[in-house]
Write a protein that binds this ligand. Structure first.
Ligand code: PMP
Ligand code: GLN
Length: 392
């Protein structure tokens, strides 16, 4: 009997969204947009239902979507995948990540992630019976950065899998080519497979000078040992559709498909053609660029407001999220603060401790930090900032 405890427990996002609903506070906790994606994409899903895309789709995903994913990887990154053997459609990135970990790691294996880490990683590594090891991302004036020495020390001869995430939730770090080269060198040296979660690949912040997203699979020697995971939720602002995909060499994709069959079998019949349309339509591509520009503006609005309210902020280069340290305001426990925040300020955030192992160096270092999302309407962010000023 699996009782909720340790790494497998109630997800913090449900808890914090429930807290927001219960208290009527502004929800800057769970990362989901309060404005839907393009109407043309929603219409494509409605049309697919009307036209009868309502029974089980093929196990690997419909051909049009696998084609669109293969084309996206080729035209954006120069990565070439065979759409029949090297592309698999999944129930969101979540299922792709779970199936990959379950397929590739087990008892006695170590799965290495950055820390803080997206909470689902810890849960699925635990469910696989593997051991979760981590390398910290540390706050610097250049954002949260990878520490080469700590990363090197985190690798052992049991490191079977590196579960990477760039752009990174919760820090907003976009790993640089140099940082990725260090990971790649160590993965090759330890003969580890890399599973890379790139769901925020198009949510790069900073206008014309925005950072570049580098897929790990494009680094020399990495294509043959890398599974790249992404999904439609973040790119097109349809987080509830849960259409994801994984690309990689045939032997690794086959392993993921084998597990995936018995997790969900298939999913999202009418959403698959709509996402295929979204990936290929130039107007939707322009809409995604516009989303990144608008997120940049909203990031700046929230960061300025948090600084004004007295937080220390490390500016993110990607994703929906910013990490803010409440220590300068006199709060040394982010978890306690997040539970009190609806009453103190009418705002909900997520404690960074939800993304760390209790008692780890990263956990201790980030104890007073809170994650806020800026994927909300301007008026919501402006009101949140106004309220947070009351903390000072
Ligand atoms: N990975 C990261 C880093 C995320 O933030 C999320 C949140 N949605 C997911 C994976 C899950 O993606 P999906 O909704 O496509 O399952
Ligand atoms: N990825 C989103 C976040 O980090 C939410 C995901 C979820 O609710 N599981 O807030």
């Amino acid at each position: 009997l699996l009782t909720p405890s340790g790494d497998v427990r109630a997800t913090v996002f449900a808890e914090m969204s429930a807290l927001a609903t219960r208290t009527g506070a502004l929800n800057l906790g769970q990362g989901f947009p309060d404005v839907d994606g393009p109407a043309s994409v929603a219409r494509a899903a409605a049309d697919a239902i009307a036209q009868g895309a309502n029974q089980y789709p093929p196990g690997p995903g419909i051909q049009a979507l696998r084609e669109a994913v293969a084309e996206h990887q080729l035209t954006r990154y120069g990565l070439r995948f065979d759409l029949d053997r090297e592309v698999l459609v999944t129930a969101g990135a979540t299922e792709a990540l779970a199936a990959a970990v379950l397929a590739l790691a087990g008892p006695g294996d170590e799965v290495l992630t950055l820390e803080p880490f997206y909470d689902a990683y810890a849960a699925v590594i635990a469910m696989a019976g593997a051991t979760h090891t981590t390398a910290p991302l540390r706050p610097t004036t250049e954002g949260f950065r990878l520490d080469e020495q700590a990363l090197t020390a985190a690798f052992t001869d049991r490191t079977r899998l590196v579960l990477l995430n760039t752009p990174h939730n919760p820090t907003g770090t976009v790993l640089t080519r140099d940082e990725l080269a260090v990971v790649a060198r160590l993965a090759v040296a330890h003969d580890a497979v890399v599973v890379t979660d790139e769901v925020y690949e198009h949510l790069l912040l900073g206008g014309p000078a925005r950072p570049e997203h580098v897929p790990v699979a494009t680094l020399p020697g990495m294509a043959e040992r890398t599974l790249t995971v992404s999904s439609a939720g973040k790119t097109f602002s349809f987080t509830g559709w849960k259409i994801g995909w994984v690309t990689g060499p045939e032997h690794l994709v086959t392993a993921v498909r084998t597990v995936k069959q018995f997790l969900t079998y298939v999913s999202g019949a009418p959403f698959q053609p709509a996402v295929a349309f979204a990936l290929r339509d130039p107007e939707v591509t322009a809409w995604v660029d516009e989303l990144a520009a608008s997120l940049t503006r909203r990031r700046d609005l929230l960061c300025a407001g948090l600084v004004d309210a007295g937080f220390r902020v490390v500016r993110p280069d990607g994703t929906y999220f910013v990490l803010a340290d409440a220590a300068p305001l006199g709060f040394d426990d982010g978890e306690a603060l997040c539970h009190a925040l609806p009453e103190l300020a009418g705002v909900v955030g997520v404690p960074v401790s939800a993304f760390t192992h209790t008692g780890s160096p990263a956990d201790v270092a980030l104890r007073s930090w809170v994650r806020f999302t800026f994927v909300k309407r301007d008026d919501v962010l402006e009101e949140a900032v106004r309220r947070l000023r009351a903390l000072g």
